[in-house]
Design a protein around this ligand. Structure first.
Ligand code: NAD
Ligand code: DAU
Length: 353
């Protein structure tokens, strides 16, 4: 069968990337999907064992910061589209070590833009550079209001500043060089395969092992949670139906105070682990706040819904239960990712907090 498209997915071994790769490999057998990933601590090929022998899937281990390696990749394949997810993604790590965020998130993105520009000089129509970004570029909200596509950028952490820079570079390449680009800015994702440095999988793992659940500050910060497969669906729809040059906000319309979310998770875990009600909640431990901690994120995704017909699955409790079930039945995955370097990170991040 002739391939109708060759698509590069960067960061496809990570949390969201693996769900995107799976969706595209399964739903579009006539596409070639090339997953390019450095396999940092957050990248794990085990996330893709169910699809990695499919004939339309290829893996390339590359560091997007390495310009030569990126150019070589683009001379090996003729890409029609790029879905760019590779990034350093954890805010706490960006506070203890911002440099890697500058290299991967900014320099890595520019390397990919240059390679795309170089290989699409003769023909740009039908091509697309789709950049996956975050709602954190908009900064922090007060009690009311939502981030829209028109909200001014106001990033507050090294992570969000690096993502904002990459968004600006993508728009600049679109505007100046005429590369077809789209950006989407999404709220907090949760679901299977998320590295357990992020709040939900970290809490599930600690509750399971009867360890303290570290809640930053007073636990009053608010996040808008979206199931990862709903994000992958949005990416699919935007890739195929989105308008070049546009930005789309993606969110769950599902705001939770951290402490309320943790309490709900404790109730679910008590049931799953056959513990008496209230047992897991006793593990909640308030710790020193994250420096510069953004108070509230909330996304207005009405443009995506009305223009492109996307909608997320509404039931957060069900999604959370599905996530808990996945972590409880994938203990080997969890054990492997939390060994070695992760243990060192955990001790540094939480000791003395
Ligand atoms: P993740 O940390 O789970 O995965 C990142 C992937 O990128 C890993 O597989 C890693 O190996 C790879 N990678 C890192 N540096 C690389 C490099 N130099 N070269 C090649 N590959 C490299 O991240 P995630 O949570 O899946 O996020 C994916 C993307 O979505 C990121 O761009 C992030 O900013 C964005 N995003 C995430 C969320 C969220 O809630 N997790 C929400 C909105 C947007
Ligand atoms: O909004 C989208 C962003 O969501 C993505 O761009 C990022 O890649 C992703 O990591 C996520 O950022 P957050 O900082 O919101 O996610 P995190 O899971 O680290 O934290 C969620 C909230 O929980 C936040 O208010 C900090 C708090 N927290 C986090 C950890 C790890 C705690 O209270 N305790 C913790 O141990």
């Amino acid at each position: 069968m002739k391939s109708s498209k060759v698509i590069l997915v960067t960061g496809g071994a990570g949390f969201i990337g693996s769900h995107v790769v799976r969706r595209f490999v399964n739903n579009y057998p006539d596409y070639i999907i090339v997953n390019a990933d450095k396999l940092t601590y957050a990248g794990n090929l085990e996330n893709l064992t169910d699809i990695d022998t499919k004939p339309n899937y290829f893996f390339e281990r590359i560091d997007i910061v390495d310009k030569q390696a990126v150019m070589k990749l683009f001379s090996k394949y003729e890409f029609d589209g790029i879905i760019h997810l590779a990034a350093e993604s954890h805010v706490d790590r960006s506070i203890t070590g911002p440099d890697e965020f500058v290299y991967t998130n900014i320099v890595g993105t520019v390397n990919l833009l240059n390679a795309a520009l170089n290989s699409w000089t003769d023909r740009k129509e039908g091509k697309l550079f789709y950049h996956i970004s975050t709602d954190e570029v908009f900064g922090s909200l007060g009690e009311a209001g939502f981030f829209t596509e028109e909200t001014a950028y106001d990033p507050k952490s090294p992570y969000s500043a690096s993502k904002a820079s990459s968004d600006h570079m993508v728009r600049a390449y679109g505007h100046t060089f005429g590369i077809p680009v789209i950006i989407s800015n999404c709220s907090n994702n949760y679901g299977p395969n998320q590295f357990p440095e992020k709040l939900i999988p970290l809490a599930i793992n600690n509750i399971k092992n009867n360890n303290p659940i570290p809640v930053y500050g007073k636990g009053e910060n608010i996040r808008d949670w979206l199931y990862v497969e709903d994000h992958a669906l949005a990416i699919d729809i935007i890739y195929h139906k989105g308008r070049s040059g546009e930005t789309y906000n993606i969110g769950g319309n599902n705001e939770w105070k951290n402490i309320d979310l943790i309490k709900l998770l404790c109730q679910i875990m008590d049931k799953k682990l056959d513990r008496s009600p209230g047992t897991s909640e006793r593990l909640i431990t308030y710790v020193k706040d994250r420096p510069g901690h953004d108070m509230r994120y909330a996304i207005d995704s009405s443009k995506l819904k009305s223009e492109l017909g996307w909608s997320p699955l509404p039931e957060f409790e069900k999604g959370l239960e599905k996530t808990v079930d996945w972590y409880l039945s994938n203990t080997k995955w969890l054990e492997r990712v939390i060994s070695g370097d992760y243990k060192k990170y955990y001790d540094q991040q939480y000791s003395g907090r």
